[in-house]
Design a protein around this ligand. Structure first.
Ligand code: DC
Length: 212
């Protein structure tokens, strides 16, 4: 049986790095659910459909059988993150993307043990019956410090206080969204990613070895 591991948590909590680690170590495919939202936003943008045009978005979605989930670099751009968050509010978009995510796990999986999918509502909504659910927690001050360091290392100007405020605002938006808010899924194991990555990996190893 193909296994599904879900991993949810707030922005900047390190879900992606953890997912990639698990995928490599335990031979799973990694699916980044944010890419689906970004891809749809990108396609709408290319077709000159505004994120506010619900009717046109509905029509557009009807024509898509399988949404391309390739991780193109352009999709990572901030502008598509913002556009993605605009369409992620609509429940018809979420239903469509949820279907697409489940579809992606039905495709041939070349000797992998299963799929690890990261996002914000993966264990609570999309794969409620997952084999293992993880939820990553990191204190907002630590997330802000890490983000600040990343930007400074890249040579970009940034203000720590502003980063912290942005993180707080994004958390508030994610947690208070009407459709599929960010919650700790029922039965999820909490991973504390506030300290070194080595310590995080150790928590994962203990969880996975206990259930195997
Ligand atoms: O994780 P990300 O930054 O790539 O996500 C882009 C946007 O998509 C994010 O602003 C919120 C939305 N999203 C979502 O609503 N649910 C998910 N499971 C993943 C992403």
């Amino acid at each position: 049986m193909i296994k599904i591991i879900t991993i949810d948590g707030p922005a900047g909590s390190g879900k992606e790095r953890i997912s990639k680690f698990i995928a490599r170590k335990y031979n799973f495919h990694h699916i980044d659910s944010g890419i689906f939202y970004r891809r749809l936003a990108y396609e709408l943008y290319r077709n000159k459909i505004k994120m506010s045009e619900k009717k046109n978005i509905k029509k557009f979605i009807k024509k898509i059988n399988q949404l391309n989930s390739k991780k193109l670099n352009i999709l990572r751009e901030e502008q598509f993150g913002i556009l993605a968050s605009e369409i992620a509010k609509y429940d018809f978009v979420r239903n469509f993307i949820n279907f697409q995510q489940r579809l992606a796990t039905k495709t041939p999986h070349n000797n992998k043990n299963g799929f690890i999918i990261d996002g914000r509502d993966i264990g609570s909504v999309v794969f409620k019956k997952a084999f293992l659910k993880l939820y990553v927690e990191v204190d907002e001050n630590i997330r802000a410090k890490r983000r600040y360091k990343q930007l400074i290392d890249k040579g970009e100007k940034s203000i720590y206080q502003k980063i912290l405020e942005d993180i707080k605002l994004r958390d508030k938006k994610d947690k208070s969204r009407k459709n599929s808010p960010l919650v700790i899924p029922k039965g999820a194991k909490i991973i504390d990613n506030s300290q070194s990555f080595k310590k995080t990996i150790e928590q994962i190893r203990q969880i996975i070895e206990r259930i195997n």
